[in-house]
Design a binder for this molecule. Structure first.
Ligand SMILES: [Zn+2]
Length: 316
């Protein structure tokens, strides 16, 4: 069994997106309840706030000011999908801080891997723009911390959320120290992530048409994304863990099942064990069907706990 820490904070439940918004506090509630029930012995740590300096490594001053200023009228729309409530600044600081603290823990050997159960999600936020339900780019803040604080030269981000992490790509597309790998459904928000978007050779996008299904997803990772990750030999593996590829998700049509998230997490753990002393930090991104999200997160944590699998290519 790998040593896994969970990071979360009650403030993440107080980011209020209003009635009927798919990115609700109930999502995080479902993840926490499912993981607590399945793994009662998992150790949880209260996420600290990200500092201004940690955020400014990837975001500009204006974005910090707009996210961290409580909205005067109670709610403020930054775009049609992305809004601020009175609890949002603290939630955003704790969500980004979770990844920083988790990175510290795995780099100091206090844990093999960590799962950050936080919201708002992050991978759509660019250096200067909050969008797609995301305020700060939590995974990018964690990656920048690993680069700057620990002087790493090779940090990989594997993103299996069903949407393309346009923000993460934009932040690192000129930085060869970071490899960004993404599978995502083509033709949906944010409509980026084409295969020919390669950054400085450090971006690998694998768009999948709607309805691709389990086999195509596993082939994409087995044949293209995992070999690229293996060749990069990361010193730390970060994971943008979105569970909206599940066949039940209302925002996408990729056709996956929780077993696919368990499989991919196991493969990622194998490569982390090979190159990075097992060091993995996973951060919750999307997933909008509550039961599917809960099952996906439990499957993911189950594979983190199991650590590197031995043998087999795990065809579904
Ligand atoms: Zn998503």
């Amino acid at each position: 069994m790998a040593r896994i820490l969970g990071y979360t904070h009650p403030a993440c439940l107080a980011h209020d997106t209003g009635m009927g918004h798919p990115e609700s506090a109930d999502r995080l509630g479902a993840v926490l309840e499912g993981v607590h029930e399945a793994f009662p012995d998992l150790e949880w740590i209260e996420a600290p706030r990200a500092t201004r300096g940690q955020l400014l490594r990837v975001h500009d001053d204006r974005l910090l000011a707009s996210v961290l200023t409580p909205p005067p009228g109670g709610h403020l729309h930054l775009d049609p999908d992305t809004l601020l409530s009175p609890g949002s600044p603290e939630a955003a600081l704790r969500a980004a801080g979770a990844g920083v603290a988790a990175t510290e823990a795995v780099m100091h050997g206090e844990a093999d891997a960590a799962f950050c159960a936080v919201r708002p999600p992050g991978h759509h936020a660019t250096g200067d723009t909050a969008m797609g339900f995301c305020l700060f780019n939590n995974i990018a803040v964690a990656a920048a911390h690993a680069l700057e604080r620990f002087g790493l030269g090779r940090v990989a981000i594997a993103d299996f959320d069903v949407h393309h992490g346009n923000g993460t790509q934009a932040i690192f597309e000129h930085d060869p120290r970071v490899l960004y790998l993404s599978s995502h459904q083509s033709g949906i928000f944010p409509d980026s992530g084409a295969g020919n978007e390669r950054g400085v050779g450090n971006i690998v996008n694998l768009p999948l048409p709607p309805g691709s299904g389990r086999q195509a997803f596993r082939h994409a990772w087995s044949r293209q994304l995992l070999p690229a990750l293996d060749a990069f030999a990361p010193q730390l593996l970060l994971v943008s863990a979105g569970f909206d590829g599940d066949r039940r998700d209302p925002l996408a049509q990729l056709g996956l099942e929780p077993a696919d998230f368990a499989w991919l997490t196991g493969e990622l753990a194998r490569l982390a064990a090979r190159h990075a002393q097992g060091r993995m930090v996973s951060m919750l991104e999307g997933g909008y069907h509550l039961q599917a999200l809960r099952e996906g997160a439990v499957a993911h944590v189950s594979s983190l706990l199991a650590g590197a699998p031995s043998g087999g290519n795990g065809e579904p």
